[in-house]
Unconditional design. Structure first.
Length: 467
């Protein structure tokens, strides 16, 4: 069993010296960066080295690779853990034996936020991009917010920063219910597409968590007008101030005239006026994300035209349609998409900019429960939106293996078996991809596990194939 947030845990008034178990992820490293900025001594550990860890070391953190009880300093005051850890993690167990305060990462973030005015961005998909749009818009508007995002904001080069303003913006994680721990002023809900049912048990419980999250917002709820789950949540809200956004005719912030040929362009109708924008990133879904960010910025009191102009400056986030290299006319991208809806959106966006080239998806299913629940849906969207697909084996993350649940569960559900290959060995998968790729094609890795680590192999195979 993985570690769940304990809402009754007492957060120390002074965190003192802090040890992070699982420090390398975007969220955890972002929190560690802020803790370092507050003058605390930071140590930590993770299973592998990364650019995030290298950046933290440059700021003064001492980070060990691998989890071991010996990593926990004798003089540490507070331990922060990620929800991806198993209960038997040796550093976690030693912290409990010592009686140290052990905080889930969401509780550590809540301590950093304190009593500031908080914008919390939640939803099954689009959180990281929407958070990045809000932060970028605020900076362009002259604000200086603190923020913690689930991915690096490309133009800033960081996933978190401490600002001077009273405003704090966070990507709020719904996967384990931890978004309910925050004292939110403005809640943005991008969508409520069923996910994380291994934690919630049912779609109704999943949606009720979003109802609770929204109704606790002190000022404003901004919620999708288009997503069926969000519509059901909206109908159950008792909040007195709700703004909707999307393409629905009755949306408060209505998106229309969407052009997806290249970077997405669109118009927004709001409060009797029409505003137009062209983003720096592709995809119809990003026009919708921009509308939600626009609603938040206007809700914070900013001029609509200036708010939308600020959002236009957003240049994307890490692991969201991120280009890693081009070899012989074949471009290799990486994307965090790990739910059928996200995969469809990512590949549809790629289709708008690939031109005459084809799309080759390299899909790593994430968790056994999600793969088992959505195998057919994954197969359907991959077959519809990609020209060729390579399916890797399941990245189990926090789950134990389930007999019979492998990547083949997805590949076997393709109607046309010639369009898909299930390949467990990564080098074989990279070599196969390089053999079928043509000049002008996009190769896109998909998943929120460690599939991004295959990118160097893909680039190497492409180079060898073209020697």
């Amino acid at each position: 069993m993985t570690i769940k947030p304990d809402p009754t845990a007492q957060i120390p008034a002074d965190l003192g010296a802090v040890h992070f178990v699982g420090i390398g992820g975007s969220g955890m490293s972002g929190i560690a960066r802020l803790v370092l900025g507050d003058g605390h001594r930071v140590t930590g550990s993770d299973v592998r080295d990364s650019a995030n860890i290298a950046a933290l070391r440059e700021l003064g953190a001492v980070v060990a690779i691998g989890h071991d009880a010996a990593n926990l300093p004798d003089d540490v005051d507070t331990v922060v853990v990620t929800g991806a850890l198993w209960q038997d993690n040796p550093e976690y167990q030693l912290a409990l034996q010592r009686g140290l305060p052990v905080l889930h990462r969401s509780q550590a973030l809540a301590a950093l936020i304190g009593g500031r005015r908080l914008v919390s961005v939640a939803g099954a998909h689009g959180k990281t991009t929407s958070t990045g749009m809000i932060v970028t818009g605020l900076l362009e508007l002259g604000e200086d917010p603190s923020f913690v995002n689930g991915g690096v904001i490309a133009d800033l080069g960081v996933s978190s920063a401490a600002g001077d303003a009273e405003l704090f913006v966070v990507e709020a994680d719904e996967s384990d219910g931890s978004f309910l721990l925050y004292d939110t002023s403005i809640a943005l809900i991008t969508n409520v597409d069923p996910d994380h049912l291994d934690h919630y048990g049912s779609r109704d419980a999943f949606e009720q968590a979003f109802v609770d999250f929204a109704d606790r917002a002190r000022e404003l709820v901004v919620i999708s007008s288009d997503d069926p789950g969000a519509t059901r949540v909206r109908e159950r809200l008792s909040h007195g101030s709700v703004v909707t956004f999307g393409e629905a005719a009755d949306a408060t912030v209505r998106v229309h005239s969407v052009e997806t040929d290249g970077p997405v362009a669109f118009a927004i109708d709001y409060d009797g006026a029409t505003y137009t924008a062209r983003l720096r990133i592709p995809g119809r879904h990003n026009a919708i994300n921009a509308a939600g960010a626009f609603a938040v910025l206007v809700g914070l009191g900013h001029d609509p035209a200036a708010a939308l102009a600020g959002i236009e400056r957003f240049g994307g986030t890490g692991r969201r349609f991120e280009l890693h290299g081009t070899v012989g006319g074949v471009s290799v991208y990486d994307d965090y998409a790990h739910h059928p809806t996200e995969v469809a959106a990512a590949l549809a966006a790629a289709r708008t900019v690939v031109g005459d080239g084809r799309i080759i998806a390299v899909h790593q299913p994430h968790t056994y429960s999600r793969t088992q629940a959505f195998a057919q849906e994954f197969a359907d969207v991959l077959e519809q939106y990609a020209d060729e697909t390579v399916v890797l084996d399941v990245y189990g993350a926090r789950e134990d293996p389930v007999p019979g649940v492998t990547g083949a569960l997805v590949s076997e559900r393709f109607a046309d078996a010639s369009k898909v290959a299930f390949i467990v060995d990564w080098q074989e998968a990279a070599d196969h991809t390089a053999k079928i790729a043509r000049d002008g094609d996009f190769v896109i890795t998909l998943g929120c596990g460690d599939v991004y680590r295959i990118v160097p192999q893909l680039l190497g195979s492409l180079e060898r194939e073209r020697e």
